[in-house]
Every structure is written in C-alpha cells, then in structure tokens.
Design a protein around this ligand. Structure first.
Ligand code: F6P
Length: 326
C-alpha cells in the first residue's frame, strides 16, 4: 500500500455541534504528524465539484467553540451515482489525496464505505450526528449539545405548560431513533417519551393516558421522536383531540434549532479525541473504520458494524422514566 502523505477532510450530511472541533483536531493532528491536509468543501459535493483547498493549522484557528461546520456540508445526490464517484476519484488523484477522513452520520459513512471498497481507498470516519444512531460508539459528536439544547427549550415550555394545565407534545429530531427523545425526557422530567424503537410493540399514547398521568399533575410534557412510526407530535395531538378531548393539547416542534449552537465541553472533548484518533488510525494502517467511544475508550469500528445497524436504546431508561413520572 502506498504511503499516505496527504489527507483529505470533509463533513457531510446534517451538521452537528462539535464538527468544527473535529475538523481542528484532524487538521492539527495530521500536520503535527507530518501530513498535508486538504479541506474539501460541502461534503461529497465538493469532491465531485472540485472544491478542494490546502488546509493549514491557521485555517482551524478560533473554531472550536462554533456550531455548524466551517467546511460546510451537503447531502450529495451525484455521489450516489457511478459517474459522480468516478469524478470524485479523479479529483482526489488530481489533488494528490491518499486518504480521507469523513465526518458525518449513517448516510455519509455509507457513502464512504461504498467509495472505499470500489476504489480500494483508505477512509476513516468520525461519527458526527446529533442522532446518536451509529452502532459501535456510545456517543456521536453533537449528541450531547443537542440534548442540552432540548433540555433548555423544554424547561421553558414547562413554565407555560404548567401555568395553563396543558398537555404538550414536543417533537425532537433523531430520524429513526429515540435517543434524543428518551434521554431528553429523563433530563427534563417529562411524563413520557414516544419513540420509534417500541412503536410496533405498543400504543405508547394509549399507555400514557391509561397510566393516568393526570392523577397527580395538571400539566404534562411528552417528548416525541420525529418519525413516521411515532406519528410525530402533530399526529399524536390530532389523536388526543379526537380520542381524549378532555385534554388541552399543544405541540412544539423543536426542529433545526437542535442542530445549532456552541458545542458542550463533552462534545468538544469527544471531537478532539476522535479527530486525533482518526490520524492515529491511519498511521496504524487502519482502513474503513469509524472511530467510536466505548466506555470512555477509543475504539475502531468497521464501517460494516457502524452503519445500517440498529443501535439499541437502553430499555432500563424507559422504566426509569415511567417510575419517575408518577
Ligand atoms: O441526521 C441529522 C438530522 O438532523 C435528523 O435528526 C433529521 O431527521 C435530519 O437530519 C434533517 O435533515 P435536513 O437538515 O436535511 O432537513
């Protein structure tokens, strides 16, 4: 295998707070170890469209505390085609890039996996998504910040919910996973979390109402994971209006608010450790792995294990939530 001299770096998919800290860590760690770095703008789109520039240590100054990604990001349709990936490979060769570090979520790492196998090209991934839905890592970069943002918002909604004795459904992100909803519910003392992982097992709304959450409280907050299987906050509110008209129900969809903001200390530290680990991995000859954290230790997770793999929620948390919401 040819020696790696130049490392290309991109962020892809939905941005997540801490991506900038990861960009800084990858860039500085690479330069520290004698590599050249190329910054690729707008994710795979920049690879296809040749938006590739030299990255020096100054390019990543003063970014650790900013949300978003200075490299910008995109969801790129062209990279899903053979022609798009061929064009990307030509640009990689043109710029003398010998390995890639890709920071992104499930879709982005799936693209990395396909490209790596088609072109026998070394890629290391970093889990960058607020959803926390990548298997093989306890945390993804951005998850902790999003959770804290949810907590901040729900604390405020609680004031008005309790003043009006209302039932609030608050929809949070997570795509097909309930990590933000479940842990957000525990952190905010919510009555319940309605999550996709158990949607087919039980009618979570009926269970909540039958449990009689009104026995000891007048207002209630329920966090709902966005997903067609949960029905979303709007769908659930509609059901309550029809089936349980005694409740005064309201909906808040937190939406993209959850993706922004200055990363928490935990996300900055995680991103810094993982960014440095990506360069260690390449130096050790690792290929096609995602950097993960397992019980505070850095681990290398093969792409095949990290992506398209349902990461289970901790069912004990559901029980704790139920117990604490009496
Ligand atoms: O994967 C991150 C995420 O924020 C999901 O939670 C959400 O479903 C999706 O991205 C939204 O994507 P977009 O910004 O393209 O609307």
């Amino acid at each position: 295998m040819a020696a790696i001299k130049t490392i290309g770096l991109l962020t892809s998919g939905g941005d997540a707070p801490g991506m900038n800290a990861a960009i800084r860590a990858v860039t500085r760690s690479a330069i520290y170890n004698g590599y050249k770095v190329k910054g690729i703008y707008r994710g795979y789109k920049g690879l296809v469209d040749d938006e590739i520039v030299d990255f020096k240590t100054q390019n990543v100054s003063n970014i650790i505390h900013h949300g978003g990604t200075i490299l910008k990001t995109a969801r790129c349709k062209e990279f899903k085609t053979d022609e798009g990936r061929q064009q990307a490979y030509e640009n990689i060769k043109k710029h003398g890039i010998d390995a890639l570090v890709v920071i992104g979520g499930d879709g982005s790492l799936s693209g990395a996996r396909q490209f790596a196998s088609e072109y026998d090209f070394p890629i290391v991934g970093l889990p960058g998504t607020i959803d926390n839905d990548l298997a093989g890592t306890d945390h993804t970069i951005g998850y902790d910040t999003a959770l804290n943002t949810i907590m901040w918002c729900v604390d405020r909604i609680r004031d008005t919910a309790s003043s009006h004795d209302r039932l609030f459904f608050i929809e949070v992100m997570g795509r097909e996973s309930g990590f933000l909803a479940l842990n957000g519910a525990i952190a905010t003392g919510a009555e319940a979390a309605i999550i996709p992982e158990i949607s087919t097992e039980q009618d979570q709304l009926a269970e909540l109402i039958e449990r009689g959450f009104r026995k000891s409280k007048n207002s209630s907050i329920v966090l709902v994971a966005e997903s067609p299987v949960t029905g979303g906050a709007m769908g659930l509110a509609e059901r309550v209006r029809k089936e349980y008209p005694q409740y005064d129900v309201r909906v808040t969809i937190l939406g993209h608010l959850q993706r922004g903001g200055s990363p928490t200390a935990q996300d900055r530290i995680l991103a810094s450790r993982m960014g440095a680990a990506a360069i260690d991995a390449l130096m050790e000859g690792q290929r096609n792995v995602m950097i993960g954290d397992d019980d505070e230790k850095i681990v290398y997770v093969p792409f095949s294990k990290a992506i398209h793999n349902d990461k289970p929620i901790d069912r004990e948390l559901l029980e704790i939530l139920r117990r604490l919401s009496i």
